[in-house]
Write a protein that binds this ligand. Structure first.
Ligand SMILES: C[S@@+](CC[C@H](N)C(=O)[O-])C[C@H]1O[C@@H](n2cnc3c(N)ncnc32)[C@H](O)[C@@H]1O
Length: 259
């Protein structure tokens, strides 16, 4: 579906994606990013790109950093703003498209840009994924860091070789059916989510589809270099788990803008 990312991200999808990761897990993810870029750095200006409901932005800001969040979903931005207000944190959440990031910020504004939890590869044209990397490069200071977490094509190829289908209960009376396959020609995943919410008297059903371009680690490194970055290191899970080129579902890459 064209531009699926404009409509897919809603309160019900947030329950599935973010709720299980809130709190302790998000804290670990933020700590890992800060550890990888060097924990001694204070008062950083950080862009949380595709910030969702701001779960990482909040922790970065609590640690004293100046944080901006960029996202396209009105639902998520509303939630992010209300959370920041409640926590009395001066985070600015901006609505915008990641592939146009330099429209909303100054050139060389940020010390760090993060794209966490699989927020890359969403565009119909792969050239727009590459454009996003170039935009990140523009808004980073020379020597600034970019941390990006995305799917690892080698592992996706193995798991989604055949159509994948799985149903489970996310929390009491909230069920999900997750179906996916990989279009090998386009190297693009096709996923269908059915979320059945039976927590209220009237059961509601959400159906949504999304597609994601997948990249091998070699391709990711090549793209980052072409966009003006030096690749510093790679890990697997957002909490710092090791990266295996064939087995890790995600790749998390630390890249640095050339000085
Ligand atoms: C998987 S969620 C990750 C959210 C957040 N990073 C987290 O870990 O909680 C992907 C996010 O990307 C946002 N998004 C999708 N397409 C976008 C675009 N073109 N520009 C900006 N944000 C976008 C969605 O609204 C959603 O919040």
């Amino acid at each position: 579906m064209k531009h699926w990312w404009k409509n897919f991200f809603k309160p019900i999808t947030s329950e599935v994606m973010f709720k299980p990761r809130e709190g302790k897990q998000t804290h670990l993810e933020v700590n890992e990013v800060l550890k990888q870029i060097g924990n001694n750095k204070k008062n950083l200006e950080i862009l949380d790109m595709c910030c969702g409901e701001g779960r990482h932005s909040i922790f970065f800001a609590k640690m004293g950093h100046k944080v901006f969040g960029l996202d396209f979903s009105n639902h998520f931005l509303k939630m992010a703003r209300s959370r920041a207000k409640k926590a009395r944190l001066p985070i600015k959440f901006i609505k915008g498209d990641m592939k146009l990031a330099s429209n909303y910020f100054l050139k060389s504004q940020f010390d760090v840009v993060v794209s966490l939890y699989n927020s890359f590869g969403y565009f119909d044209k792969r050239s727009d994924d590459f454009k996003t990397l170039k935009e990140v490069n523009k808004v980073l200071k020379p020597g600034g860091y970019f941390v990006i977490n995305t799917l690892n094509a080698n592992a996706v190829k193995i798991r989604l070789e055949k159509q994948y289908s799985m149903g489970y209960e996310i929390s009491k009376n909230l069920f999900m059916i997750d179906e996916a396959f990989l279009d090998l020609k386009k190297m693009r995943t096709n996923s269908n989510w059915t979320i059945i919410d039976a927590r209220k008297q009237k059961t509601s059903i959400f159906r949504g589809s999304f597609q994601q371009n997948v990249y091998t680690h070699k391709e990711m490194k090549k793209m980052l270099k072409k966009a003006g970055f030096k690749v510093v290191r790679t890990w697997g899970t957002l909490q710092g788990g090791p990266f295996d080129e064939n087995k890790s579902w995600h790749q998390t890459v630390l890249a640095q803008k050339a000085i």
